[in-house]
Design a binder for this molecule. Structure first.
Ligand code: PLP
Length: 394
């Protein structure tokens, strides 16, 4: 079941279709159980009970306590709350955040604004596979560090960071570690103790819940202040009437992807590997971007020398295949992706990347169709605007 039946949807890192079981679970909370969880009447309390059950279910999957889960409106808000909240709560003199150059714009642009406000933000480099070196994290820590924020898995190239190692370093220094785990549900372990993280962001629309709901896990005892003021919702951490149907949906969707994860992550990795191998065998002057093994099971990102990724995305779209050049959120922004630049690709190569992210509904037939169509597209684009092609490596 593709979002549109006659097309092949390979852009699950951008967003996903709502799972029918999720939709069914959330529907009553849009109509019959419409109460405000803060109301003391029966309908309000029914909504509250359902919301608290959802919180407990999310907490269980994270290996957390229910009171450590704060519901938000999206991954971006969760990231903002983690960064701003940690700085607002930090003792005076602790005004530095350490993050990486390959974060999502929800972190990068928040960091930029915080810098303009006078905070210190350190952006760690990555290697050519998009990997942060834990030694660099240790070296960047100062007596001013209030928070370390390193993403779990990159949204463009899929590289998975060594969080447990970074977490141990953070813990040794008594500094909280936040991770943007928006791309992780369904593909990676979300247990906050195994990951050694103190805060973790997720977003419902990346795992078959609707858009407009997210969550931030905050370990008990982590210094954090609310950045949005108003009512007392979410134990004063996130003011505003809760999106009850969205919260119910997020919890149900997380349960579903987590229970399917053992088999589904293997199936998706097999599809991604076949896609990668098929494309690289058929197309010269192309290479895989991101880490060869430490990567999301559903992510294939190929850089095609001598072409612009957006042209490929348009041609694939005409062929009924939805893909992405860079991340959906970076698309439309000027210039090279910060991720490609940080991995050491020059501007021209950095623009030649195409991301194909598989999901639940994709089959091996979908993959074979892409392998059949894409080589011709690349060849015709290269013939249209020939440029000298060099070595196929970063
Ligand atoms: N962080 C990462 C890694 C993402 O991939 C995204 C969305 O693409 C976000 C944050 C932002 O999430 P949302 O769209 O829910 O604001």
């Amino acid at each position: 079941m593709n979002p549109s039946q006659d097309s092949i949807y390979l852009d699950h890192a951008a967003t996903t279709a709502v799972d029918p079981r999720v939709l069914e679970t959330m529907l009553p909370y849009l109509s019959s159980v419409c109460g405000n969880p803060s109301s003391i009447h029966g309908t309000g309390q029914a909504a509250r009970r359902a919301m608290e059950n959802a919180r407990a279910s999310v907490a269980e999957i994270l290996g957390a306590h229910p009171d450590e889960v704060v519901f938000t409106s999206c991954g971006t808000e969760s990231d903002n709350l983690a960064l701003r909240g940690a700085l607002y709560a930090a003792p005076s003199g602790r005004n530095q955040i350490i993050t990486s150059q390959i974060e999502h714009h929800a972190i990068l642009n928040t960091g930029e604004q915080l810098q303009q406000m006078g905070y210190e933000v350190t952006y760690l480099p990555v290697d050519r596979y998009g990997m942060v070196d834990p030694d660099d994290v240790a070296a960047a820590i100062t007596e001013r560090t209030a928070l370390i924020s390193i993403m779990y898995a990159n949204n463009e190239v899929g590289t998975v960071q060594p969080l447990p190692e970074i977490g141990r370093i953070a813990r040794d220094h008594g500094i909280p570690l936040h991770t943007d785990a928006v791309q992780a549900p369904g593909g990676l372990d979300l247990n906050v103790d195994r990951l050694q993280v103190d805060m973790l962001s997720i977003s419902g629309h990346k795992f078959y819940a609707p858009k407009g709901v997210g969550a931030l896990y905050i370990r008990r005892g982590t210094p954090i202040a609310a950045s949005q003021t108003g009512g007392a919702q979410e134990r004063h951490m996130r003011a505003g009437t809760e999106n009850v149907p969205g919260i119910i949906a997020l919890a149900k969707a997380l349960e579903l992807v987590e229970s399917a994860r053992p088999s589904e992550s293997i199936r998706q990795r097999t599809l991604s590997q076949r896609l990668q191998e098929g494309l690289l065998a058929a197309i010269p002057h192309a290479f895989l971007a991101g880490h060869p093994t430490q990567r999301l099971p559903n992510n294939t990102n190929i850089v095609f020398e001598g072409i612009v990724g957006e042209a490929v995305v348009s041609r694939l779209d005409l062929a009924g295949i939805a893909s992405s050049s860079g991340s959906a959120c970076a698309a439309g922004e000027e210039g090279e992706s910060p991720v490609m630049r940080a991995m050491g690709l020059d501007e021209q190569l950095g623009q030649g990347s195409v991301r194909l992210t598989v999901g639940r509904e994709n089959t091996s037939g979908d993959i074979e169709q892409v392998i059949g169509v894409l080589p011709g597209i690349i060849q015709s684009l290269r013939e249209l605007s020939p440029v000298p092609l060099g070595e196929s490596s970063i």
